[in-house]
Design a protein. Structure first.
Length: 308
């Protein structure tokens, strides 16, 4: 074996940087842009070599990216699954290749939870409950029916499924709350506007409330509401989720009533988890991000403090 003097020691023998393959959902919303920024800057900060791929909201692109990371023998794979189902085959391939997988932002629906090491992200059901509780409180003196239209997120995605579930769990306590229309706007402004235009054409002034699963769809819907000659946040109460900059701007302009926070700033937690996994340290199966709720009344005061 080599003489002791030849063995790598001291600062010059740098650890080979950890290599992470990350498959991102896409670039569909302000939230997603902030999330990608957080991941890229946290990787740089952590000295982790990041191979980043944008799936343009298509599951087949994420599966392709994960297969490519396996072929490149990365140290760890992380991704935000665009939808909950259909992941077992590729996750089994990662497991067979002995590459740990970390879920961020959205969860997967798998029987064998050993297929991923940990899931770092928000509790979307609780976000839906927060939206429901805010509406129940706001409408507590309302005697008549409260007709709600709902812009759902991407069909089959964890946030869309769970935000609907949490909201309905709360409003079902009072029969005055009725969801009269519910359709996906795929988390984008453009689709949110298009679907809200259809809701307004079908239901018009019967609509009392819009519940949007993210701020981007709410902002698109606000444009449709104004083009229909109605006042957003006054003629139609608007509740949304994410609390991105655009939501604060809409609340300050008096066009959005409330936004439930869903933090995209998952990068630092992800990089710390990746390092722990590689070091063989024990790690929690579920890491939940703490979040608040921002009604328009406090938006101007809170806006300067916002980090995304
Ligand atoms: C939530 C995230 C959702 C955001 C949307 O964690 O997956 O996807 O709420 C984004 O803005 O498109």
């Amino acid at each position: 074996c080599a003489p002791l003097a030849a063995l790598p020691t001291g600062a010059w023998a740098q650890q080979k940087p950890l290599v992470m393959g990350f498959s991102q959902v896409g670039a569909e919303s302000e939230w997603r842009t902030a999330n990608s920024e957080s991941i890229k800057s946290a990787a740089k900060e952590a000295g982790i070599e990041l191979k980043f791929s944008d799936a343009q909201q298509k599951q087949e692109n994420q599966i392709k990216a994960i297969r490519s990371f396996i072929a490149q023998k990365v140290d760890v794979i992380a991704f935000s699954p665009v939808v909950e189902s259909g992941w077992e085959p590729v996750l089994r391939e990662a497991k067979a290749a002995k590459i740990p997988v970390i879920l961020t932002d959205r969860a997967v629906n798998v029987k064998d939870t050993s297929l991923y090491v940990t899931f770092i992200g928000s509790d979307f059901v609780e976000e839906g409950r927060k939206a429901g509780r805010w509406l129940v409180e706001k409408m507590k003196n309302e005697k008549g029916e409260v007709n709600i239209v709902e812009l759902q997120g991407t069909v089959g995605s964890a946030p869309a499924i769970d935000r609907k579930k949490g909201f309905e769990e709360i409003i079902k306590a009072d029969p005055k709350f009725k969801i009269i229309r519910s359709q996906t706007g795929d988390f984008t402004r453009a689709k949110g506007k298009e679907v809200m235009e259809a809701f307004l054409k079908a239901e018009g002034k019967k609509i009392n409330v819009l519940y949007a699963h993210n701020d981007d769809m709410a902002i698109g819907a606000i444009q449709a509401i104004e083009e229909a000659g109605l006042k957003p946040a006054k003629d139609i109460t608007i509740i949304s989720i994410d609390a991105v900059k655009g939501a604060f701007e809409a609340m300050i302009a008096g066009k959005l009533n409330v936004s439930v926070e869903c933090s995209p700033l998952l990068g630092p937690q992800l990089m710390a988890a990746a390092k722990d996994v590689k070091a063989g340290k024990p790690i929690q199966k579920r890491i939940v991000t703490e979040e608040g709720i921002f009604p328009m009344e406090i938006a101007a005061r809170e806006f300067p403090k916002r980090k995304y």
